[in-house]
Design a protein around this ligand. Structure first.
Ligand code: SF4
Ligand code: MSK
Length: 680
């Protein structure tokens, strides 16, 4: 009898409806809330629902589970009440909590650096093929940028003819740049060449600490070796390699990806667009492009704008073709073509649930495998395009991209989407919500907008920081995380910063979140900024939040910070600047790599959600305190978004004080107060 009851209870439990997310608690964005409800109505689970049922392992969350050999997994939970006296926890082999947490942490750096850098390598290969003129689809678009990159890669841009120096043929330069760039991944000796682009004192710090990456691939491989069972068992030494690998990403693979993309596809300049699911159009063929690598999506943009394709779409009953994006491929085609993002990382399933997505084209990184299950419920063609990123589900179409037939690939994809328009089977529901944005900033356009007509460099920006109108600079970047309310921390942190006159540079999903909130418009300055920043934004006509592109484009933030140092008056190194970094809703290994290269470049960097280090307090303290002595930057963790921003502001104020410019700010504030008093 008891057995029968047990069986019945088990069956009842299995049949119990899965726990569903509360749309309002899951996201601050009305379009997202609407589509979560829609999915629930249709009985389709999304990541928001899955976050209700799948709970993270508390030990893994704290970074203290090792599964690097088959004697484990060894889990080292913190004793109740914390550690008093010596920390005696150890794994089967004796590995301490510090060793385990550090090994896990730097394996995340390796994963992140590999992802960014392999993306860079793919771009470099396409670049080489363009330089060799093997493909009609790609040409050198930005010759100025080619010259800058040539100089950084030690490629001659002049040639001696009859005793006179003359400009070298750009095609020849491009070929040598391509070869030099590709060599950065695996050259047998020397160091990553871009390190020399950093301020000299920072380069010297890296040299002294022994963390200059030798080549990009080697640093990733060495992490895998050092973290293998029984190799490096000193958390400080492990982190040394973690730093070296992260620098190979930020000042190597990512920076090369950004530069080579700019040369091939054009350096972005500010342009107007929109953001959020409302950019999709019911009466158009909707193609949503998702992932990170823009080499194919660039061609898809060109093909879908062609007259013959638009005519073809019209013949099929659509009014045209609407392209939109998710994640960083979205940011790439936004910053160069104004193609609007349909949403951030957490909205990818929702774009299909509109019922209006005729094709979702994915390349690499941040793509949910569940997209295939969602696509099955609709007419949507889900197309994978990268040889290293396929899906096992049988409804997924694989059209493998190759730069040698990029045009044919893009045409095939766009046609497939158009042909699919008439197959829509569910009632379409596209949320109305969308916001206007100005995106496409970069090192060059900041110089143009904030450089001033006559001085033509970063002087005006620096002057405004020195006089206190701009209190400091923040880089706020990174993902969404289904463990926290979608976009809430992103928006709260950014609003708190700009309210306090801190100008924000954004990339990745934070950029999309800010766009959805309307923060990427010059007009938002009057609504959300402190008086100083509002005045600067109004004078030069920029938003208080400058969108610098995708995840690999965090390298633009490093170079912008270097330009600020070079312009003078704010110290000699990035670590002297009144600046801070943040990833309020991070989730990916790439974010850990980015965080680490920010820190190693001298930036105080605060992460939200959680850090996988809390189970090893000594190692955690090494990251959040001791690292500052080595590199001038350090990690911090703060889940509360207001406190998170306040910590960044406190750091900015500390740096202002050290620079002796804290007084200037008081004077400016008094001027404002005086003026207001007069008006009263
Ligand atoms: Fe356990 Fe050591 Fe093996 Fe890790 S390497 S699983 S701590 S025995
Ligand atoms: S896409 S890495 S969720 S920012 Fe670059 Fe967004 Fe993070 Fe992917």
């Amino acid at each position: 009898m008891a057995e029968e009851v047990k069986v019945k209870a088990k069956a009842a439990k299995a049949a119990k409806a899965p726990k569903l997310a509360d749309p309002v608690k899951a996201s601050i964005d009305p379009a997202t809330q609407q589509m979560i409800s829609r999915a629930q109505e249709l009985g389709i689970d999304t990541i928001f629902d899955r976050a209700q049922t799948i709970k993270p392992c508390n030990i893994g969350l704290q970074g203290i589970c090792c599964k690097n050999c088959s004697m484990g997994p060894c889990r080292l939970p913190l004793p109740k009440g914390g550690i008093e006296g010596e920390d005696t926890r150890k794994g089967m082999c004796g590995a301490t909590a510090n060793t385990i947490a550090a090994r896990n942490f730097i394996r995340m750096i390796a994963g992140g650096a590999a992802a960014h850098s392999d993306h860079g390598r793919s771009v470099a290969e396409v670049f080489l093929s363009a330089a060799r003129k093997e493909s009609d689809a790609y040409q050198i678009k930005d010759v100025n940028k080619l010259m800058t990159v040539a100089e950084a890669l030690e490629v001659e841009t002049k040639v001696e003819v009859d005793g006179e120096l003359q400009d070298r043929d750009p095609d020849e330069i491009a070929l040598e740049v391509a070869e030099k760039a590709l060599a950065e991944w695996g050259k047998p000796e020397g160091e990553v060449l871009y390190l020399k682009r950093a301020p000299a004192p920072l380069y010297e710090k890296w040299k002294k600490a022994g963390v200059r990456p030798r080549n990009i691939d080697r640093e990733v491989v060495e992490i895998m070796h050092r973290t293998h069972m029984g190799v490096d068992q000193d958390y400080k030494n492990l982190m040394k390699q973690g730093v070296r690998c992260s620098l190979a990403d930020g000042w190597g693979g990512s920076m090369l990806a950004t530069d080579l993309q700019d040369i091939l596809f054009g350096t972005p300049y500010p342009l107007q667009s929109e953001a959020n699911l409302g950019v999709m159009r019911e009466d158009h063929v909707n193609i949503v492009i998702h992932g990170h690598e823009p080499v194919l999506s660039e061609i898809i943009v060109a093909v879908s704008q062609r007259k013959d394709m638009i005519e073809y779409a019209k013949n099929k009953g659509a009014k045209g073709i609407q392209l939109s994006g998710i994640c960083c491929t979205a940011n790439e085609i936004l910053q160069r073509h104004g193609v609007p993002p349909a949403g951030t990382f957490l909205q990818q399933e929702l774009a299909i649930i509109t019922g209006a997505c005729d094709a979702m084209v994915v390349d690499i990184q941040c793509i949910f495998q569940n997209l295939a299950n969602v696509a099955k419920c609709f007419h949507t063609k889900l197309i994978t395009t990268h040889p290293i990123a396929k899906m096992e589900q049988d409804n997924v179409i694989h059209i493998e991209f190759d730069e040698h037939h990029a045009l044919e690939d893009a045409e095939k994809i766009v046609k497939l989407a158009i042909d699919n328009f008439e197959n829509r089977k569910t009632e379409v529901m596209i949320p109305r919500h969308k916001a206007t944005q100005i995106a496409g900033f970069g090192v060059e356009s900041i110089r143009y907008h904030l450089g001033g007509t006559f001085r033509g460099d970063y002087f005006t920006l620096n002057d405004n920081i020195i006089n206190g109108r701009i209190r400091g600079i923040a880089g706020v970047v990174g993902c969404n995380n289904a463990r926290s309310r979608h976009n809430e921390a992103h928006i709260t942190v950014v609003k708190e910063l700009i309210k306090n006159d801190v100008i924000v540079l954004t990339t990745g999903c934070n950029g999309i979140a800010c766009a959805m909130e309307g923060l990427l418009t010059p007009e938002s300055a009057q609504v959300y900024c402190g008086p100083g920043l509002a005045e600067v934004c109004e004078t030069v006509g920029i938003p208080p939040v400058l969108h610098l592109g995708s995840c690999v484009d965090n390298s633009r933030i490093l170079l912008a910070a270097t330009e600020v140092v070079k312009a003078g008056g704010l110290g000699k190194d990035i670590s002297d600047l009144p600046a801070a970094g943040s990833a309020p809703e991070w989730m990916s290994e790439k974010a850990i790599s980015i965080g680490q290269y920010f820190v190693a470049s001298g930036v105080y960097t605060v992460f939200g959600v959680t850090l996988p280090t809390s189970g090893a307090p000594v190692f955690h303290e090494f990251l959040t305190k001791d690292m500052e002595k080595l590199y001038g930057g350090m990690w911090d963790l703060e889940a509360d978004p207001v406190k998170h921003a306040q910590k960044m502001i406190a750091h900015i104020d500390k740096k202002r004080k050290e620079l002796g410019i804290d007084k200037a700010r008081e004077r400016v504030l008094m001027d404002m107060a005086d003026r207001m008093a007069l008006e009263a």
